[in-house]
Design a protein around this ligand. Structure first.
Ligand code: C5P
Length: 269
């Protein structure tokens, strides 16, 4: 195959429980991770050398060289490919933009060259293995232990107030490292899912709001959702809605009230 395109879906942490911290500083997590149908697009073409171009509405500030995880994965996999990364997701946003791009590069190289490259994806970031899976999963350990789980798709709106949040800063601001674990995931169904999710947490939400108070405004804007919560280390929040029309109406309203925010109605699966 000469060329291939791939969608690097946004990752959403429906829950994110921090249950401890290892001696090396990394935190122990329990997270139910799902994927949106919005994401970055990658175009890969076989070439005589590696190159990377970044385009798209969210390209500003995204590195084109070896500082980009896409470059690092392609280089490690020995891929002589010309890559165009079309950025649609905000960066440093808690929805795994860079990790999903890295995982998509790995998958696309597998398509181009016929076999998935044998590399340790966890070396590129704690979220890269789950992003390689691109399906609902329970993430444990420091993020490296990933197990697919059954999950009924949910309608949602993703909202980012266009402030970048540094993941290490949020973890540093988390004072209680040993928090109660996540409860067992229930069978599907809107009411049961929402009731269960409401009892779970994102332990990074409060410290992230401490660093970027606008996140509380985003959650307030999603106040009509069945459940609203921050994803990852923020600042993107999700609101869950019973059907697509509700999600679309909420997205239209939030985009009108906050034209500077990034707003995406989507389906999580
Ligand atoms: O692995 P990744 O590069 O995504 O992690 C970014 C930062 O988040 C790490 O350098 C670390 O400070 C923090 N982190 C953590 N525990 C984890 C995952 C990330 O403390 N399980």
């Amino acid at each position: 195959m000469q060329k291939t395109d791939i969608l690097a879906r946004a990752k959403v942490n429906l829950t994110l429980h921090v249950t401890g911290q290892r001696d090396d500083g990394y935190h122990l997590l329990q997270s139910l991770v799902v994927f949106a149908d919005v994401g970055d697009r990658l175009h890969l073409t076989r070439s005589d050398r590696l190159s990377l171009r970044v385009t798209g509405p969210m390209a500003q500030g995204v590195p084109e060289g070896s500082r980009n995880l896409v470059w690092q994965v392609a280089e490690r996999c020995g891929g002589a490919v010309a890559i165009t990364l079309e950025k649609h997701l905000p960066a440093a946003a808690g929805i795994g933009g860079g990790s999903s791009d890295a995982a998509a590069t790995w998958r696309a190289l597998g398509t181009l060259f016929g076999t998935l490259p044998d590399v340790d994806l966890g070396a590129f970031g704690a979220d890269v293995p789950v992003c390689a899976l691109q399906q609902a999963a329970l993430m444990t350990g420091i993020g490296d232990d990933v197990r697919p789980v059954p999950f009924e798709p949910l309608n949602a709106v993703l909202v980012n107030p266009r402030v970048a949040v540094s993941t290490p800063d949020v973890f540093r601001a988390l004072t209680h490292k040993a928090n109660p674990p996540m409860g067992p995931i229930p069978d599907s169904g809107w009411d049961r899912s929402i009731a269960w999710l409401a009892q779970q947490r994102n332990d990074l939400q409060a410290p992230a709001i401490g660093l970027q108070p606008v996140i509380a405004d985003v959650l307030a804007a999603l106040g009509d959702a069945g459940l609203a919560r921050m994803s990852g280390s923020g600042a993107t929040c999700f609101g869950l809605y019973p059907d697509h029309a509700d999600a679309q109406a909420a997205a239209d309203r939030i985009a009108r009230d906050h034209p500077q925010w990034w707003v995406a109605p989507t389906r999580l699966r």
